[in-house]
Ligand binder design. Structure first.
Ligand SMILES: Nc1ncnc2c1ncn2[C@@H]1O[C@H](COP(=O)(O)OP(=O)(O)OP(=O)(O)O)[C@@H](O)[C@H]1O
Ligand SMILES: [Mg+2]
Length: 570
């Protein structure tokens, strides 16, 4: 270390004198070859933890307010994933205590399974480690850097390690956890151990450089939206000012458990294939058997087909010996085979009924429409599904919400990086005039989009926005347009009904006078004539409303057909 510092001092002195001599030296003060020698003296390896220490913004930790929400997001998504995986109805308690102006203590407690001692260090104190990265299963986490990123941030801003209390297998163990950033290895110290009847994990850590905001990107809103998309969870929040909010569950069963699927051949790259070959080489002696076992939809017949497409690749060879060229050839051959689509029942959406219940609970809108679309595939082989809902008027107007877009990925709210997200980008391209909304941003409307997949193509490691993949954007567009058609029908129906009601009211005004005039002329009773006239007017106007509704429905069907035609032609 001291040697390094001495060398740096020497270099700084030399750079200074080089800059001074620059004017009378054409090579910026260096002799030929000097630069190269210097450059490679500094050649060093560094760990992923050091990388993220320097680039913490890549984990979403940029800015005091945003970092706050990202911490809550990482810890709460882990709790939800763990509870669901263990089949436990989630009870999550978030407690935030302000210790000084920018200094906070955050505690997140869940009733999940906890973490066994063997794994707790790596799970929370090592980057790129976890139970989700290698699996094709719909979960909130996927990279193995969320929790460890929080442990690192806590240490970097306060110099303190994180406290983790794991209640697993009837034993409560309390640990202090940190990360050895140089080696990306956990630092773990057990503080106590005692029997317990509880299960779950509590993570308590302190952070500086944070700011608590009750804005629409702050922890409160984040948890409110989490509750909306996870009606089976009960979430409690204690804010720094002592306010306690509870978002109670509105259903008492966990959503169906998403199951793990094997990767589809169309969703992988040459690099992925090589990786699978290396990873499973010890389990399969032949490439052909590895392909059939590791990937979905690959049968012996399909391997035979692949053999005829790339005859120079030996499918009987040891998977460990497959090279890059061969992997590339095989992946290209995959594209020429007709595959059965990947299994779609691995996807678990929030569901129409649940979205309706949650919206009613939270906003009580005047009108709500939720789509139920079938799953699709992106990158040729990754199944996904888009749920869209539009809520209009009522509680939305009362809450002062205008043109709001609520983005979710696997039920996780996405509050940041709005402009680089496929959901926002797509919604912006929709011509809302077609749906009777002159100015989307000024209307009392909330559009919800939940993207569900076994692999979410996040735009960055911070998992705050969805990358603009073409297939994904198309499907988001169709889902939102489908919901918009429902809303348009409601708005134009409402407008027509209002117009007819005004007309009816005007005509009704003349009824008493007309009835008395006709009674005078005909000698009939005024009341009888008046009753008859009211009946005629009532039936006339309700018929008109009905006709309008049928006309609107026909228009909508035509429009839907023309949109789908555009889709096919595109
Ligand atoms: N509350 C929890 N209960 C049980 N296990 C947990 C909990 N939090 C984290 N884990 C375990 O620790 C691992 C690492 O968590 P971490 O958040 O770093 O990564 P991840 O959730 O796998 O992926 P991502 O980085 O995308 O969040 C998880 O994969 C999980 O196995
Ligand atoms: Mg996580």
């Amino acid at each position: 270390m001291r040697k390094d510092l001495k060398r740096l001092d020497k270099k700084i002195r030399r750079n200074k004198s080089a800059t001074k001599n620059k004017a009378d030296n054409t090579n910026g003060g260096y002799k030929d070859g000097d630069q190269m020698v210097d450059l490679f003296k500094d050649f060093k390896e560094h760990s992923i933890a050091e990388f993220f220490k320097k680039n913490r913004q890549m984990l979403g930790f940029s800015g005091p307010a945003r970092s706050f929400t990202v911490i809550i997001h990482e810890l709460v998504t882990n709790s939800l994933d763990a509870c669901e995986e263990a089949g436990i109805l989630p009870e999550i308690e978030v407690e935030i205590t302000q210790l000084a102006e920018d200094h906070f203590k955050i505690s997140v407690k869940d009733n999940g399974p906890g973490i066994p001692e063997k794994y707790i260090g790596k799970a929370l104190g090592k980057m790129l480690a976890g139970t989700k990265f290698h699996r094709y299963i719909q979960q909130r986490g996927q990279q193995g850097i969320g929790a460890s990123g929080c442990v690192m941030l806590s240490y970097l801003t306060t110099g303190k390690n994180t406290i983790a209390i794991s209640c697993f297998d009837k034993v409560r163990k309390e640990y202090e956890i940190g990360i050895d950033l140089k080696r990306n290895e956990p630092i773990l110290r057990k503080i106590s151990e005692q029997p317990t009847e509880e299960s779950g994990l509590t993570i308590i850590s302190e952070y500086k450089e944070l700011k608590y905001e009750k804005s629409n990107k702050g922890p409160f809103e984040y948890l409110r939206r989490t509750a909306l998309a996870n009606p089976h969870a009960t979430i409690k929040l204690k804010e720094p000012d002592g306010t306690v909010s509870v978002f109670p569950r509105s259903i008492t069963v966990n959503p169906p458990r998403p199951f793990e699927i094997k990767p589809h051949p169309l969703g992988i790259s040459a690099h992925d294939l090589l990786e699978f070959c290396q990873r499973y080489a010890k389990d399969y002696r032949k490439l052909s058997s590895l392909l059939q076992e590791v990937f979905s939809r690959v049968s012996a017949n399909k391997v035979a087909e692949l053999r005829t497409i790339v005859p120079d690749v030996d499918f009987d060879k040891n998977p460990a010996l497959v090279n890059w060229e061969e992997a590339e050839k095989i992946v290209n051959a995959f594209k020429k085979v007709k595959w059965i689509a990947p299994s779609m029942d691995a996807l678990v959406p929030i569901g129409k009924e649940q979205i309706e219940a949650s919206f009613k609970n939270i906003f009580n809108p005047e009108y709500l429409v939720v789509t139920e679309r079938s799953p699709k595939v992106y990158r040729g082989g990754i199944p996904f599904m888009v749920e869209a809902a539009i809520a209009y008027g009522g509680g939305i107007a009362a809450a002062g919400k205008k043109g709001e877009i609520m983005r979710f990925a696997n039920r996780v709210p996405l509050l940041f990086d709005t402009s680089s997200c496929a959901i926002t980008e797509t919604i912006k391209t929709i011509d809302w005039n077609r749906y009777n909304l002159k100015n989307f941003e000024e209307e009392p409307i909330v559009v919800l989009v939940n993207f569900v997949s076994v692999y979410v193509p996040y735009a960055s490691t911070g998992k705050l926005a969805i990358a603009p993949e073409e297939d994904v954007m198309d499907e988001i567009k169709f889902a939102v347009m489908e919901a918009a058609r429902g809303m348009q029908r409601y708005i134009s129906g409402k407008r027509k009904t209002m117009e007819l009601a005004t007309k009816k009211r005007l005509v009704m005004r003349y009824v008493p006078q007309l009835a008395s005039d006709v009674a005078f002329l005909s000698g009939e009773k005024k009341e009888k004539i008046e009753k008859k006239l009211v009946e005629i007017i009532e039936s006339k106007y309700s018929k008109e409303v009905e006709e309008e509704e049928t006309k609107e429905e026909d228009n909508q069907n035509e429009e839907k057909e023309s949109e789908e035609e555009v889709d096919v032609n595109e």
